[in-house]
Design a protein around this ligand. Structure first.
Ligand code: PLP
Length: 463
C-alpha cells in the first residue's frame, strides 16, 4: 500500500515498489525527481522524519538517500541537508509546437441569448458575496437540502410573487444550475412517469429540444399562426413547453385566448405546462406579462433563470413546482449530486433581499430599451424594407426581411464581421409552418461602447 509523505508541506505519494523497502523507496524517489514532481533544489526531510512518516527504519531512508546522491539525483551537504540536485531533471525533447492561431472571432456579436456581460454588477455582487459568506452558518458549507439554500428559496418566493405574479412557496422551489438543468430534471421525471413526448413551440432553441431528447422524450411542435403558438388542440399531449411571457424567438406574448386554452387543457387532462420565463423582467412599453404559473400553480411549472437578468456563467435557475412533482424532482436532484454551489445561492439571496437585484434589473432595462429604440430608429432611416417585430420585450428583435433573402443577409453580415442568426435555425425540424425570412438580432450582447458599431455593421448587411 502506498503512503503519503507530508513532511515537506507537499503531499508526495510514495509507493515503495518491488521486493525490499529500501529498493522500493529509492525507486519511488528517483521517479519523483525524474518526473519533476520533486523540483530541483527541493529540500528533502531528514531521514529521521521521513522514516517516522513512512513507518520504516531510519537507516533504510539514509541508505536510500545515499544511493540517490551517488547516482546524482540528490545532493547532500553538511549544514544544508539533502536536496534534489539542480540539474537532475532532463526534460524530454519536444518538437517545437507550431504557434497556435486562434481563429479571429466576429468583430460584432448580435447572436441572441446573452445579456450585456460588461455591465454585470461586479461591485454589488462582491458586496453581496462578502455579506452572505460572513453571515452564513457553518452548516451552509455542507451538502444541505437538495432543493437549494432556504435563504435563496425564501428570497425567490418573495421576488417571484411580487415581480412575476408567480404563486411561490419556498418549499416548492428547487434551485438548479440554470434553466437547462431544470428542464433536464423535469424531462427525466416525465420520462420516468411514462411520457414519450413533450409538445413544444414551432420556433425555439434546439439545445432545449435536445435536452428533452437526451431524457428519452420526443418533441412535437405545435402549430404557429398569426396569433402565435396555437395551444387549442393539445389532444394526446401530456406536457407542453412554452415561452408564454415572450415567445422565443418571435418575441410576442402568448395570446390571452391561448393562455386560457392551455390552462384549461392542463386542468381537464391533468397535463403539465412548463413555463420558460427566461427574460420576463425585460418589458419596455408596458407592465410585464405575468408568469403563466400564476393562473394554475397545480398544473404549471415555472422555470426561471439568472442567465438574462445577471449572467449565464452563474448557472443559477429555479423551478417552482406543483405539489405533485416536488418529491420526484427533489429526489432526482439528490441523486444527481446537488450540482448548484451554495455560496452563489447565498449571494443571490442577499442580492435580492438587499434590493440590488431590482436596482440592477431597472438599470439594465433602461440600457436595453435605449438600444432597442436606436435599432428601430436606424432601421427606419437606413433599411426601410426591414420591419422589426417582437420589440416590446426581451433582449432580441426579429427583423422581417424581403422573401428569399435570409441566407444572403446572414452571409452579408458575416462579410461585415457580424455574427447574427437567421430565423430558420430556430425552426423545429418537424414544424409545419410558413418560413418567413428574418434575422433574430440579440441586442443585449455587445458592451455599450460596441453597440453603435454593431448597429452600423447590421445596417450595412441589410437589404
Ligand atoms: C428561450 C430561453 N430559455 C431559457 C434560457 C436560459 O437558459 P439557462 O438558464 O440554461 O442559461 C435561454 C437562454 O439563452 C433562452 O433563450
Amino acid at each position: 500500500m502506498g503512503k503519503t509523505w507530508a513532511t515537506l508541506g507537499v503531499d508526495l505519494h510514495v509507493e515503495p515498489a518491488g521486493s525490499g523497502v529500501r529498493k522500493g523507496l529509492t525507486e519511488a524517489l528517483r521517479e519523483a525527481v525524474r518526473s519533476g514532481r520533486l523540483a530541483p533544489g527541493t529540500r528533502l526531510p531528514s531521514s529521521r522524519s521521513l522514516a517516522a512518516d513512512l513507518g520504516i527504519a531510519r537507516n533504510t531512508v539514509a541508505e536510500s538517500y545515499a544511493d540517490l546522491v551517488a547516482e546524482g539525483w540528490l545532493t547532500a551537504r553538511q549544514g544544508s541537508g539533502t536536496r534534489v540536485a539542480e540539474r537532475s531533471v532532463v526534460p524530454p525533447a519536444r518538437e517545437a509546437a507550431p504557434p497556435r492561431r486562434e481563429p479571429a472571432g466576429p468583430a460584432w456579436d448580435l447572436v441572441p441569448g446573452r445579456p450585456d456581460l460588461a455591465s454585470f454588477p461586479r461591485a454589488a455582487w462582491l458586496k453581496a458575496a462578502r455579506r452572505a459568506l460572513t453571515r452564513a452558518p457553518h452548516e451552509a458549507l455542507g451538502y444541505g437540502d437538495p432543493r437549494g439554500r432556504p435563504e435563496l428559496r425564501t428570497a425567490l418566493a418573495g421576488y417571484l410573487s411580487r415581480a412575476r405574479g408567480v404563486r411561490a412557496d419556498p418549499e416548492r422551489i428547487v434551485v438548479c444550475s440554470g434553466f437547462s438543468d431544470g428542464l433536464t430534471l423535469l424531462g427525466t421525471v416525465l420520462r420516468r412517469r411514462g411520457l414519450r413526448s413533450v409538445a413544444v413551440e414551432s420556433y425555439g432553441l434546439d439545445v432545449h429540444w435536445n435536452l428533452l431528447h437526451r431524457s428519452g422524450l420526443r418533441t412535437t411542435p405545435l402549430p404557429f399562426d398569426a396569433l402565435g403558438t396555437d395551444t387549442r388542440d393539445l389532444a394526446g399531449a401530456r406536457a407542453v413547453l412554452l415561452t408564454p411571457a415572450h415567445q422565443f424567438p418571435m418575441g410576442e406574448p402568448l395570446h390571452p385566448d391561448r393562455r386560457a386554452a392551455v390552462v384549461a387543457w392542463a386542468r381537464r387532462t391533468g397535463g403539465l405546462v412548463l413555463d420558460d420565463d427566461y427574460d420576463g423582467e425585460f418589458r419596455y412599453d408596458r407592465q410585464p406579462v405575468g408568469a403563466l404559473q400564476g393562473l394554475d400553480p397545480d398544473h404549471v411549472v415555472h422555470l426561471g433563470t439568472a442567465s438574462k437578468s445577471l449572467a449565464p456563467a452563474l448557472r443559477l435557475g429555479w423551478l417552482v413546482l406543483p405539489p405533485s412533482l416536488v418529491d420526484e424532482v427533489v429526489s432526482l436532484k439528490g441523486e444527481g449530486g446537488w450540482s448548484t454551489g451554495a455560496l452563489d445561492q447565498l449571494t443571490l439571496a442577499e442580492f435580492i433581499t438587499s434590493g440590488a437585484y431590482d436596482r440592477h434589473v431597472r438599470s439594465a432595462r433602461l440600457r436595453y430599451r435605449r438600444r432597442r429604440d436606436a435599432l428601430v430608429a436606424a432601421l427606419a432611416t437606413r433599411a426601410p424594407d426591414v420591419h422589426a417585430t417582437g420589440i416590446a420585450a426581451g433582449l432580441h428583435a426579429v427583423l422581417r426581411l424581403p422573401p428569399g433573402t435570409e441566407a444572403a443577409v446572414v452571409q452579408a453580415a458575416a462579410f461585415q464581421s457580424l455574427a447574427v442568426h437567421g430565423l430558420s435555425r430556430h425552426r423545429h425540424p418537424d414544424a409545419v409552418v410558413p418560413h418567413p425570412d428574418a434575422l433574430v438580432v440579440g441586442y443585449g450582447t455587445p458592451p455599450d461602447h460596441a453597440w453603435s458599431g454593431a448597429l452600423d455593421a447590421l445596417c450595412r448587411a441589410l437589404p
